[in-house]
Each structure stands twice: as structure tokens, then as C-alpha cells.
Design a protein around this ligand. Sequence first.
Ligand code: G6Q
Length: 547
Amino acid sequence: MSSRPTLPEWQDLQDLSESDGQRHLRDLFAEDPGRFGRFSGEAAGLFVDYSKTRITSRVFEGLVALGKAVGIEARRDAMVAGERINVTENRAVLHVALRDTAKGKYLVDGVDVMGDIQTVLSRMEEFCGEVHNGTRTGATGKPLTTVVNIGIGGSDLGPVMVTEALKPYDIEGRRTFFVSNVDGTHMAQTLAQLDPETTLFVIASKTFTTQETMTNAESAKAWYLEKGGTEAGIANHFIALSTNEEAVSAFGIDTENMFPFWDWVGGRYSLWSAIGLPIALQLGWDNYRALLDGAAAMDRHFEAAPLEENLPALLGLIGVWHRSFLGMATNAVLPYDQYLHRLPAYLQQADMESNGKGVTLSGAAVSYPTGPILFGEPGTNGQHAFYQLIHQGTDVIPCDFIAPAQSHNPLGDHHEKLLANFLAQPEALMRGKTVTEVTTDLQAEGLEGHEIADLANHKVFPGNRPTVSILMEKLTPATLGALIALYEHRIFTQSVVWDINAYDQWGVEQGKVLAKSILPELKGGEATRHDASTAGLIEKIKAMRGM
Ligand code: G6Q
């Protein structure tokens, strides 16, 4: 059993969850005019307001005390020092090294990895330059204007999210497609939009063994050859981003055309490595570099700021408070920016794959809830869909509201309206609406007696629903980098408090194995032992496919 709940700091918070944790935010704001100033902060171009979360001064102090007791700072320093903090895979966790090239040294097993990082970054920069200026072309001499990234999970979601988020920075005339799903529809629909002479396929896979990616890569190669490409032309049209040189060669890509990264870069933390190449190809090197620099600015804040002022650490601690002490099981991420429409999907992986764990670092069962279920959609769309449950449902769902103050598309008063919603929702979720307020409103509408009594309870909003508001001047490569790093370090902080490993993913590995064993059976092979439901479904599918 995990020992965290035996810590006096944990027990103090347990006690506070019954008292301060039950206070209504409306009252806390009324009592303390300084609440906003005290519970907000700024770092790396992001302003973070956490005053509408369910904390009091005592809870804040209790959370910081817990953070110190579990050694957040020491674990952070161990991560940055290249210690093998991913204990179940015996790996260091050094995505911070990829973006802070100015810092000098990052060691793994006493060896400085900065030289390797610089070499790959320089190769990536040179490659982008050559593609952009036309010195690197397709086999027939045409410019490579289209990139198709073939990858899944961590080798897909980051680059997809970033290229969508930073569309205003696109190099004109360039297109990037992402194919992840093994469902042939994804590949077929993409291929239908391509010209083989101008397309560069980027095969992105840390292991270069992932079934979906290898299947899609083989289909892309077959298509290229079928459309008139030659074996020799593969070198012009296929490159690899991977850690597995042998498998890349075996696939038929010259390792000259492979951009490596290292086992200390986790898949879901890899957009800062060679996996980010499609981003740089679409946006240009300077914008990719600015993304890395934005993340590095947040890293510096995380590494230097005391816990009391450390935004990622505080958001992590508040997340633990909501999740483990107040029992809130979910977290909604609500970007009020259409360009951030893939952010929830990206963070879903970052958070749920990292902190969806039930045993401690030493393998003991945890006795408290860990990683929340994360979901989200851009505002204001979500308001017309699932916000109902957030306002009046029986579960309390902490929400992150994210918005840029300035729009890339200042069309009429659209942005003011967007921002008005960005502000109105957290205020309403915090305040709620009492029965007295509802009654007054209904009276003003001319209703009376039983009409009011029939409706009043339905129109009451309990409020006291916690939200964090994250503001930036504008969505730029730098602010996006900082935002992603803010979440990465928040997730890390939570894993330290929960005493779990945020950097392995045995559930994902299990999925990769499971499908492989059923595949031969679907192709007509001998059936192995299954439960009755799985066996029955296999037979049904075969029958439907005329087998
Ligand atoms: C990420 C996970 C997982 C992984 C994919 C793709 O942290 O490990 O999402 O990124 O399964 O793996 P490959 O890059 O090895 O193909």
C-alpha cells in the first residue's frame, strides 16, 4: 500500500477537505478582496488565474507543504540531472534538454547529450532549408510541397496539434497531412489528395515496429511505386524519424535520411525532438525554434521558482487537491481558440497516459484516486453541448479555460464575443445561482405562485465549480510552447505527489500485443482460446466478410 496517506501533510489536507474544501467560492471571494491577486501568477507569457479553484489560504499552505514533503523539487532536479526516473523502463526523462540548448550541459549516465541534440537540430534545420529553398526535390526534380506524416500516438498527436494551432504561421503553399489510424480510410482519403512527385512521406515511429505506422508506411510505399515512383526515388520521398536504425534500414529508408532521437524522449513528450520535423517543415525553422524557446522559458520558471510561485507545480498540486481529496474525477480543457481545437486530444494523451497508473514507483497499490479523465472541446462550441453537465450535473468537473487576448483573425467583434464567453462561464460556474436569485428573476418575468415553485429548483445552479483561467496575449509559437510545457510539468508534479511513474505506458504496450494475436485468426487462421464473447464476435465478423 502507498505510504502517502500516512504523511502528516496528507492527513492535514484530508482534514481540510472536510472543512475548507466544502466552502463556497462565492463566500471566499466575498470575504477576501485580495483573492485574485494572491491566487494568480505569470510566467513565460502566460497569465494563470487559479483563484476560482476550491482552495483557501490554509489549503494553499497545506498543498505547498505536501509538495515539499514528497520532494517535488528534488524529483524535478533528478529529472533535469538525467537520472533514470522512469524506473520501470530504466530510462532518463530529458525532454527539457531538447528545447534548452542554451543551457549547456545535460548528462545521461555522465555523458553530455547536448552535442547529439545540436547535431540533430542542425540536420533538421538544414533539411528544412533545403526543402524550402528547393535544393532538395522529389525524384523528378519537382519541389516537395506536401508532407505526409505517418505516425500514431506520441508520434502524431503533438505535431498534429501544433500545426493546427500555428496555422497563421504556415509557409504559403505548403501542406501537411497526418495519417495515424490503421483504418485504411485514413490513408486512402489522404492518398487521393496527393501528387507523388511533390510528396514527402515522413515515417515517424520511435520503435519503428508499431503495427499501424508500419502498415500505413508500407501502403504509402506501394502507392508511390504504383504511381510511377522508382526504388531509387524512395530516397527522395521517404524519410524516417526514429530511434531504431536497423528497422529503418530494413524498411528501405537509407539511414542518411533518418533523423534520430533517444530512448530518454518519451513518445508523448517527443514533439521537441526529430518528431517535430513536420512542424518545422510546415512553419519554417524559426517558428519551430520559437516553439522550443517558449517551452524552455516555462522550464526555467519550473526549475527556479519556489513552489509557492511555481505555476506548473501549483496547478499540479491543486489538481491533486481536486482529484484525491475532493474526489473530482474529471478535468475539462476548454480552449477559447479555434486553432487549439486539437489541444484537448493532445493533453488527453499527455495526462491520461502519464498519470493513468494504479501502483506506486515501488509497485505498491495506491489507495487514492490518481490521474483524472480529461476531455474537452473548443469554446464556445462546448457551451452548446456538454457544459450543461458541468453547470448542473451531479459530478463536479474542474475546468481549464484558455484564451488569447488578441486574435489572428480580428473579424468584427467576434473576438470580444468569444472573450465575453471565456469570462462569463467561469464566473457563472463559480457563483452559481441561488433559489432566491432564481425566484427574483422569475417574478420579474411575471411568473407567480406555483409557476415559480415548479420551476425554481430546475433553474438553481449550485456553483462552486472550480476553474483555472489561462490567458496569453496572442497564440504564437512561443506562447504555445510555454503552454505545453506548463501542462507537462503539471502532470509531472502530480505524478510525484501520487508517487507514480508518469513515463511508462504498459497499457499501450498491451494493446500493441493483443491485436497482433487476433490478426491471423481474422485472416482465416486457427482460432486460439478466447472468452465466448470474443470468439463469437470473431465468427460474426468472418461471416459478415463472407469467410
Ligand atoms: C507515447 C506512447 C505511444 C506511442 C505510440 C507510437 O508516449 O508510448 O502513444 O507514441 O504507440 O509509438 P512509436 O513511436 O514507437 O510508433
